[in-house]
Design a binder for this molecule. Structure first.
Ligand SMILES: Nc1nc2c(ncn2[C@@H]2O[C@H](COP(=O)(O)OP(=O)(O)OP(=O)(O)O)[C@@H](O)[C@H]2O)c(=O)[nH]1
Length: 619
């Protein structure tokens, strides 16, 4: 062996300027060349469960790697080792060569953890100079640092690889790639990176049974046996992982108690171990399992556990996404069904009054297409409103909702009476107004007819008796509060019976209708006219005193006497009598009407076709 000092100088010359892999490679080849050792190995401790020795660089192709042994069985992981002879037993080389000289250094990281070894081996006894370890120590330390860097970079590259895979899968998920295809891709990619892994994904169905969804390298006959598996505390790895919502690791399927009923199955399909990770989503729901099988009994390394956990998290996210999408789909189908089938016009309006959504019925009601409506604002369909008034109205709409009547203008300009229910909601974090409009035009028209029927005398178009009496009470109160005059005329046709008798009841009706028209013409807006008996009428004249009322009564008498009413071939003429009374301080409706009635009686008694005013009750 050359002089150790020369070895150090040559190493400084040839390898010190290299870095990384190159440094380690150079170191191995230079040491072989300079020391003349038959074999130089640079190994690292593999990440595997038994920390096997993995040769990274060797000076010859054979490598001389005792691959199946944990490296700490071979070398000390802390101290350099200089062995002279007798290595045959403890270093069973592939070639079974008797290494008589062996010089081994552990390669340590910054925390003095052993990452691997550098070994010089030679068949000749006492081949290495005793001062060589101390002399090479600086190179060995540098080799440790370089190996640490190398391993860090590899670890980082692996992490990046998984991150890329995950983000690619999530991107595909967002783009709508079918879930089954995505699950298969995940498994394929993992098996590509870790060829000894045989992965499987089981999913819980709606009955709570497990169903295989991906497992490309597992025998299909084995997967068939998993169909419909019910989870349980001792059901293999996957059934138990789902049951406990916890990882279940069976390193040796022939020994693990959960696998007792399935040992024969595991042996038949060459399954040595099974590590199963439950797929638990963000809400804690278990969707299934991600499991990794090995042909031989194996325990997961910390790195394998990280991959298991990360993959399970990704798969749970995919499954949760699908569940959410399904729920959203069914909800949006439900909403669409409501929007399409609702009888009322439904809409969602933003706080500026813009239509965000509208039901088919609202489109039909207003005569616009959905597309047209979604480009419109509420003020375009509410006559008399402005953008500002609509915004104010919407801002005042609360979460409890309100119901009110309104009018909408349709596309062809028609006005619709609507009953609106409105309520403020939050949609995508924004306040919006949910509105429901019911077309009540027909109901309102009917209501108006009924109201009219209840208040109006059908024959004359004047108020009926109850309405007139109610109005009288109101007018009376107003006059008393305002200290304003109020007069009442009581009008009765003269000898009306004769018209009926001579020309028939229909002729009498025509006369009454004509009288109604005549009275409406002569009266002011504020006056109130009603038919309170067969041919008896009452007029309320707010603001008129007794004399003015008498004047008006006489004008009415004249107007009526000038009426000519055609009934068949006959032209009918009539006269009337009127009693006039004016509100006095101690009057109520009853005394006022009674006085007007007395005045009418007096007019009849005096020969009819005249008006008589009574300023005080007759004695
Ligand atoms: N055609 C028609 N006649 C009615 C109606 N209501 C009441 N009458 C008639 O009105 C007439 C009232 O007759 P009377 O009370 O004797 O009064 P009159 O004939 O007008 O005589 P004086 O009032 O005393 O001038 C009766 O013949 C009733 O049948 C109606 O709705 N239509």
């Amino acid at each position: 062996m050359p002089d150790p000092d020369r070895i150090r100088d040559a190493l400084l010359l040839h390898s010190a300027s290299c870095i990384g892999k190159k440094y380690l490679q150079q170191l191995v080849s230079q040491l072989a060349c300079l020391t003349g050792a038959e074999r130089v190995l640079l190994s690292q401790r593999s990440g595997g469960p038994h920390r096997q020795l993995q040769v990274l660089f060797a000076n010859d192709a054979a490598g001389g790697a005792p691959r199946q042994l944990p490296c700490n069985c071979l070398f000390d992981t802390r101290q350099p080792l200089l062995l002279g002879r007798g290595l045959r037993q403890c270093l069973p080389d592939a070639s079974q060569q008797a290494w008589q000289s062996c010089l081994v250094w552990p390669l340590l990281d910054g925390d003095a953890h052993c990452l691997g070894h550098l070994a010089l081996l030679d068949a000749r006894p006492d081949f290495f100079a005793p001062e060589l370890p101390a002399l090479l120590q600086p190179f060995i330390e540098r080799a440790g640092a370089e190996l640490e860097q190398l391993q860090q970079r590899e670890k980082q590259a692996r992490r990046q690889h998984w991150q890329l895979l995950h983000s690619d899968i999530l991107r595909q998920n967002a783009q709508g790639t079918p879930l089954d295809a995505l699950l298969r891709t995940v498994v394929q990619q993992i098996e590509l990176a870790l060829p000894e892994w045989r992965c499987s994904i089981l999913r819980l169905d709606s009955r709570g049974r497990l169903q295989p969804v991906a497992g490309p390298s597992l025998p299909s006959a084995y997967q068939q046996r998993l169909v419909g598996l019910a989870p349980g505390p001792m059901v293999g790895s996957c059934g138990a992982a789902v049951w406990h919502a916890k990882r279940v690791v069976a390193e040796n399927l022939q020994l693990h108690p959960n696998w007792a009923p399935y040992r024969e199955l595991a042996a038949r399909f060459e399954l040595g171990s099974c590590w199963s990770e439950p797929l638990i989503d963000s809400k804690g729901t278990v969707h299934g399992t991600f499991a990794v099988y090995h042909r031989t009994p194996s325990a997961p390394t910390p790195q394998a556990i990280t991959i298991l956990e990360d993959t399970a998290r990704l798969l749970a996210l995919l499954l949760e996404n699908q569940t959410i999408h399904r729920q959203l789909d069914s909800r949006s189908q439900w909403y669409r069904a409501i929007l399409q089938n609702a009888a009322d016009g439904l809409s969602i309006i933003d706080m500026n009054g813009r239509f965000l959504e509208a039901s088919d019925s609202l489109c039909q009601m207003l005569g616009y297409s959905l597309d047209e409506l979604l480009h419109m604002h509420l003020w375009q369909v509410v006559p008399g409103s402005t953008p500002q008034s609509i915004r104010q109205r919407l801002a005042a709409t609360g979460e409890d909702g309100e119901t009110f009547e309104s009018v909408n203008r349709t596309k062809d300009g028609a006005l619709l009476e609507v009953e609106v229910s409105a309520r403020r909601l939050m949609l995508d974090g924004q306040p919006v107004i949910w509105g429901s409009a019911r077309d009540i035009s027909q109901r309102k028209a009917l209501q108006r007819i009924l109201e009219q029927q209840a208040t109006i005398d059908a024959l004359t178009g004047l108020f009926n008796r109850p309405t007139l009496l109610t109005r009288l009470e109101t007018q009376l109160q107003l006059a008393q509060v305002q200290h304003a005059p109020l007069s009442v005329l009581m009008l009765d046709l003269d000898h009306f019976k004769q018209i009926n008798d001579r020309y028939g009841h229909h002729a009498g009706d025509l006369v009454l209708a004509a009288l109604g028209d005549a009275l409406e013409e002569v009266l002011r807006e504020s006056d109130v006219a009603g038919r309170i008996g067969g041919e008896e009428f009452c007029l309320l004249l707010p603001g008129l005193g007794l004399h003015e009322a008498l004047d008006l009564a006489e004008r009415i008498i004249d107007d009526i006497s000038e009426l000519r009413i055609q009934s068949g071939h006959h032209i009918l003429a009539i006269t009337s009598s009127i009693g006039v009374a004016c509100l006095q301080a101690d009057d109520d409706s009853r005394t006022l009407l009674a006085r007007a009635d007395s005045a009418l009686y007096a007019a009849k008694a005096a020969g009819r076709h005249r008006a008589v005013a009574l300023s005080a009750d007759p004695p």
